[in-house]
Design a protein around this ligand. Sequence first.
Ligand code: ZN
Ligand code: ZN
Length: 148
Amino acid sequence: MAEQRAPLETEQHLRRRGLRVTRPRVLVLESVTGAATPLSHADVVVRLAASGLDRATIYRNLQTLADVGLLRRVEAGDRVFRFEGVGDGTAPPLHAVAHAHFVCTACGEVRCLPDDGPFRPNAADVPGAAKGRPLEVQLRGTCEACVS
Ligand SMILES: [Zn+2]
Ligand SMILES: [Zn+2]
């Protein structure tokens, strides 16, 4: 971890949003965008255990990256915010738009459903919903791993 080399694409994403390229930002962003499922702060702390970044630094960077739109906050109903990468939809797991999530009520795992799935959150269809504010759509059930 001596070098501060970041893949060019990550650097460009940060610069395009007006953020300086720092090692914590690159590590946190790549940790979340490289995951197949949305990650909580605690998940990212575990994944970056070897990096030497402390919990507070990771927390602060997650908030910053979400504030500028590089990450999206996902609320799965357990009062734990999770984060996922925002992309153009051509390279899963980066989703272009807000989408529904499957939540396993046994193990708590959260998985993304397709951007163009039938349960896409759309404020225009929901009476009283504020346009431009995030909506959460969830399917709750038991995942394959928890059935047996
Ligand atoms: Zn499960
Ligand atoms: Zn998702």
